[in-house]
Design a protein around this ligand. Structure first.
Ligand code: ADP
Ligand code: ZN
Length: 620
């Protein structure tokens, strides 16, 4: 079989994606390969397809147990003999797997890097026929990266111990220039074919919402209600935020799972599984969640707080839309987030590092935070901001992010800013935001009279302004440090560093966002756009069937079929084997296992809804 035939027969896909074929062909020509492709680009296919065509076994080194298990399940579902050997197995299970491997029962074997040091495994590899070593998450080999795994350094010695050097292929989603060179050198790749497909993930819609802390819950609630039925992750900066939001959602009747380091292992595992197996749609988590989560149908990732770096943000937000369908990445930003992050960095401990290094790391952290803050405050294309940061040339604005769909007007509010300062001075920093606003606007409130605010010079001085404008102004002044807001239960506004405000030429500029009406036809086409109301009903039925099967097989639903495949099934409404095999993501083996049940379900639906039009052609 040719590579294209393998792709169709086992994986059910009609064509390779950008970059895949180049890697596959160069591996088949016996060349080493290094592929840097973003999450969801389809790295696994790049080594799985050639693995099936090479004469011997492919050993895949992977850092995470959960990833290996997922991959092996997916391969077995596709009818490919694969296994993993790692510490989640008992000694007896390992012995059995090794015996079967030695008998040549597996084409692909996943191992943790530590396994390469075990005498038994080395012996197996020396006696068996190993065609390729694939290093997944190859950036783990670099000391530059955040995920350095010392055991990755042993891979080379293992390769050297084999009499015939196998082909070596390495894959990663994150590689700055340093890391890339590190991978090439440390792994001793021989003149590798290097393929870099770029960072951009066109199916992700980025947006930043400026929302004061206490209004964030309302935003999340509203969003979830409007996106019922969609799977999503909500990242919070702290455990406490996770717990609070979890409470809030429960009170409002929304089922969610939560995940943070304060929960015991079993609870964490259970909550994670609930999410992966689609038993709950929403997970609220700290950044401890997500390593090794391969769930493909995550439709949104909301950041309740600003993360500490763009690297973190891109990785976490990138868990959305792995299936290539549209997904949203929303960051809820408030000025407090910056202050909290600064505080966390100050508090960060550096054990066993010398003073110079500490200074360097601090500097780097501060710089990263600044970049992240820049993203939150950017008024131009967010996608381009990200791409430029990761060293890619960005071209025209993407027309697929919050800022591209928004217009900003700038307003010079320097004079108003000085009155805010005066007002806080008159109050001697004893009152909070609402009192300050009320005073400046000259509100007729009993509370203001009670404290004598109506006698202030600043009382009513800005009454021609709207409250919303003044809120924006105060946000801006907080961000620039002219005033500060104390934490705690009763938070008050106090004077910050106003020296710069007194300088000549000082300006306080407030940017106001205006949502632009979407001109018809401008938004990106979604796969589901072609589905009619009846089409969505059918999609729901197919999802139900998938869930039933997933339970029977004790398998995550997305391993049975991805959302994308189900949508294609709705659009094509296959009635027989040939038509079913034409659906993207339906290979021979999956057809044998599940094809008929889906054909029946579709048939039943069409019989019950004889006049239903499930899908209409839309222009791509
Ligand atoms: P990565 O490891 O790069 O994050 P995956 O290997 O998990 O990405 O692939 C992401 C998704 O894309 C999977 O659902 C996979 O089945 C799908 N996919 C990969 N290659 C193709 C292709 N050629 N055509 C259609 N879908 C593909
Ligand atoms: Zn944009």
């Amino acid at each position: 079989m040719s590579a294209a035939e393998i792709l169709k027969t086992y994986f059910g896909y009609d064509s390779f994606r950008n970059g895949q074929e180049e890697i596959v062909q160069s591996i088949l020509a016996g060349k080493d390969a290094l592929a840097i492709m973003p999450t969801g680009a389809g790295k696994s296919i790049c080594y799985q397809v050639p693995a099936l065509m090479l004469p011997g076994i492919t050993i895949v080194v992977s850092p995470l147990i959960s990833l290996m298990q997922d991959q092996v399940k997916a391969l077995n579902e596709a009818g490919i003999h694969a296994a993993f050997i790692n510490s989640s197995l008992t000694e007896t299970q390992i012995a059995k797997a090794m015996r079967l491997a030695a008998e040549g029962r597996y084409k692909i074997i996943y191992v943790a890097p530590e396994r390469l040091e075990s005498a038994g495994f080395v012996q197996f590899a020396q006696n068996g026929r190993i065609s390729m070593i694939t290093v997944d998450e190859a950036h783990c080999i670099s000391q530059w990266g955040q995920d350095f795994r010392p055991s990755y350094l042993k891979i080379v010695a293992f390769i050297d111990s084999l009499a015939d050097r196998p082909i070596v292929s390495a894959f990663t989603a994150t590689a700055t220039k340093e890391v890339r060179t590190d991978i090439e050198c440390t792994l001793k790749l021989h003149d590798p074919q290097v393929v870099v497909t770029g960072f951009d993930r066109q199916n992700l819609y980025y947006s930043v919402e400026h929302i004061a802390g206490k209004h964030k819950d309302a935003f999340v609630l509203d969003y979830i209600r409007k996106h019922a039925d969609e799977s999503g992750i909500i990242y919070c900066a702290t455990r406490k935020n996770v717990d609070n939001l979890y409470e809030k959602l429960s009170q409002n009747g929304i089922l969610a799972a939560r995940y943070h380091a304060g929960l015991d292992n079993d609870t964490r595992k259970k909550n994670q599984d609930d999410f992966i197996y689609d038993r709950v749609q929403i997970v609220i988590a700290t950044n401890a969640f997500g390593m090794g989560i391969d769930k493909s149908n995550v439709r949104f990732v909301i950041h309740y707080n600003m993360p500490q770096s763009m690297e973190n943000y891109y990785q976490e937000a990138g868990r959305a839309g792995r299936d290539g369908e549209n997904a949203q990445c929303i960051l809820l930003f408030s000025v407090q987030d910056v202050m909290i992050n600064r505080f966390l960095l100050e508090k960060k401990e550096f054990e066993g590092m010398d003073a110079d290094d500490i200074a360097l790391v601090r500097q780097r952290d501060t710089q990263r935070l600044r970049v992240m803050e820049g993203y939150c405050k950017a008024t131009t294309c967010l996608r381009n901001y990200i791409l430029e940061y990761f060293g890619e040339k960005a071209s025209t604005p993407c027309d697929n992010c919050g800022n591209c769909h928004r217009e900003y007007t700038e307003q010079d509010m320097t004079a108003d800013a000085k009155w805010v300062v005066n007002c806080i001075a008159e109050m001697r920093g004893r009152y909070g935001l609402n009192i300050v606003l009320g005073t400046l606007l000259g509100a007729n409130r009993a509370r203001l009279k009670e404290i004598g605010a109506d006698a202030y010079k600043s009382y009513g001085i800005l009454k021609q302004r709207s409250e919303a404008d003044l809120r924006l102004l105060i946000d801006q002044m907080l961000a620039e440090g002219y005033i500060v807001q104390t934490g705690g239960e009763y938070s008050v506004l106090q004077m910050g560093d106003i020296s710069r405000l007194k300088e000549k030429g000082a300006r306080v500029v407030v940017r106001k966002a205006q949502e632009r009406e979407e001109p018809a036809g401008r938004t990106r086409k979604k796969k589901t756009d072609s589905l009619t109301g009846a089409g969505f009903d059918l999609f729901d039925r197919l999802r139900q069937l998938r869930l039933t099967i997933a339970k029977e097989e004790a398998m995550p639903p997305y391993i049975i079929f991805s959302d994308k495949t189900l949508i294609d099934m709705c659009a094509k409404a296959p009635r027989n084997q040939t038509e079913m095999l034409a659906v993207s993501g339906v290979g021979e083996n999956k057809y044998q296992k599940y094809g008929e049940r889906f054909i029946q379900e579709i048939g039943a639906f069409l019989a019950e809804n004889p006049n239903a039009v499930v899908s209409t052609q839309i222009d791509e």
